[in-house]
Design a binder for this molecule. Structure first.
Ligand SMILES: Cc1cc2nc3c(=O)[nH]c(=O)nc-3n(C[C@H](O)[C@H](O)[C@H](O)COP(=O)(O)OP(=O)(O)OC[C@H]3O[C@@H](n4cnc5c(N)ncnc54)[C@H](O)[C@@H]3O)c2cc1C
Length: 367
């Protein structure tokens, strides 16, 4: 067996065989498919994989495995494989049944599962594979191996490296960090040159920026930092979920729409590892994915964006409103939509504020 494991558990040999075949035919090139027909077998398999240093990417489990709750079996997954995604397998016919919905809700609320997955009904079952693929992407995201992950290389996790991490988070860009004297750090430094200025950002195409400004970082990750024109029908201040929604609807109605944000996209939502109550996403999605999707949607509808700029003033001039940005740029618009969200209070103690990013961190979720 090669590659991280995809594990399926079901006491019914026929159903287990169907799932094993479906998984093997689609994923065996990159993942090893492992199956267990009982709770005991599943525990043994998980222990063996952990002892062999093998990763589990996904564990799928029937609601009931020979009298044992599927969620009980999945409890054993995260303790050994912390990034593994866990799904309860349900029959399509269960859709709408209150008792099954309740089991899923309780297991999700207690963080015992990540998703529910409809069992495959035909072969190939693209609905099943769509759920499995999205779990694999979530697993890769958590492992920081998702496509487009940007690497930060620095002498320490604090200081400017921390600021760059915050800026990448505010641009909803997946990223990881490594010390300059680690094997990956040395490899990046070798490409950049021994006298390169740290921290370094290495992009998936191999290009490297040396201690970039936040504006350079935004540009390099696909975020414009200057408006291409100075007159719009609507300017939206804030690119959090509210501002991005406004951008989609403004632009899709044909209004010349600009969104300005002092950071990147997603606002507070980018700190959320899993949002379960957003309309249209029954299995939840990360704040970063939500922000990326909304940004792509607004972009395709023709909305313009200007990141890393704060709107500092607003005044009326005839039928126009004039917005001032922090670099002095003035934007004329017929309508302004303020979607500036919330600003969290900080301690406000100067000596502590000076240490933010260098030993003092504010956090709202796991990082
Ligand atoms: C860790 C965490 C988890 C959460 N989980 C959930 C959840 O599961 N479900 C849920 O419903 N909600 C959740 N929330 C709350 C949710 O993220 C917020 O309600 C939502 O982001 C608010 O959206 P918004 O667009 O109104 O404002 P914000 O997200 O606050 O965005 C405002 C944007 O405006 C920008 N801005 C402000 N002033 C200016 C200015 N002068 N010039 C330029 N730009 C400016 C900011 O940079 C920011 O990007 C969570 C929040 C956090 C922090």
């Amino acid at each position: 067996m090669i590659g991280p494991a995809i594990l399926a558990v079901d006491a019914d040999p026929d159903r287990l065989g169907e799932i094993e075949r479906e998984l093997t035919e689609r994923y065996a090139r990159s993942y090893s498919v492992a199956v267990a027909g009982s709770a005991d077998d599943a525990h043994r398999l998980l222990e063996q994989l952990a002892a062999d240093g093998r990763d589990v990417a996904i564990a799928l489990c029937a609601l009931d495995v020979g009298g044992v709750d599927g969620a009980d079996i999945l409890d054993g997954v995260r303790s050994r494989h912390r990034h593994a995604r866990r799904g309860l397998l349900v029959r399509w016919e269960s859709l709408g049944q209150r008792d099954v919905g309740e089991i899923i809700f309780q297991a999700m609320a207690a963080d015992r599962i990540d998703q529910f997955v409809f069992r495959p009904m035909v072969s190939p079952d693209e609905q099943f594979h769509s759920a499995v693929s999205s779990m694999l992407l979530d697993w890769a995201d958590a492992q920081r191996t998702a496509p487009n992950t940007v690497r930060i290389v620095g002498e320490s996790w604090t200081g400017r490296a921390h600021e760059l991490r915050e800026a990448l988070q505010s641009c909803a860009v997946p990223h990881d960090f490594c010390l300059v004297d680690s094997p990956n750090g040395r490899a990046t430094l070798e490409i950049a040159g021994a006298d390169a200025e740290l921290p370094l950002l290495q992009f998936p195409d191999g290009s490297i920026l040396q201690n970039p400004t936040n504006a350079e970082l935004a540009l390099a990750t696909g975020g414009p930092v200057c408006p291409e024109q100075l007159e719009f029908d609507v300017v939206v201040v804030g690119a959090g979920p509210a501002g991005l929604s406004a951008a989609v609807y403004g632009a899709s109605e044909g209004l010349g729409t600009l969104v300005v944000d002092r950071g990147g996209i997603g606002g507070q939502a980018t700190s959320s590892s899993l949002i379960r109550n957003y309309l249209g996403f029954p299995r939840g999605l990360s704040g970063r994915r939500l922000a990326q999707n909304a940004y792509h949607q607004a972009w395709v509808f023709g909305a313009d964006f200007t990141f890393m700029h704060t709107v500092t003033g607003i005044r009326r001039e005839g039928r126009f409103l004039v917005l001032t940005l922090d670099d002095g740029t003035e934007l004329r618009t017929v309508g302004v939509l303020l979607a500036m969200g919330a600003t969290y209070q900080r301690l406000g103690v100067p000596s502590i504020e000076a240490m933010v990013g260098a030993g003092v961190f504010y956090g709202s979720s796991t990082s």
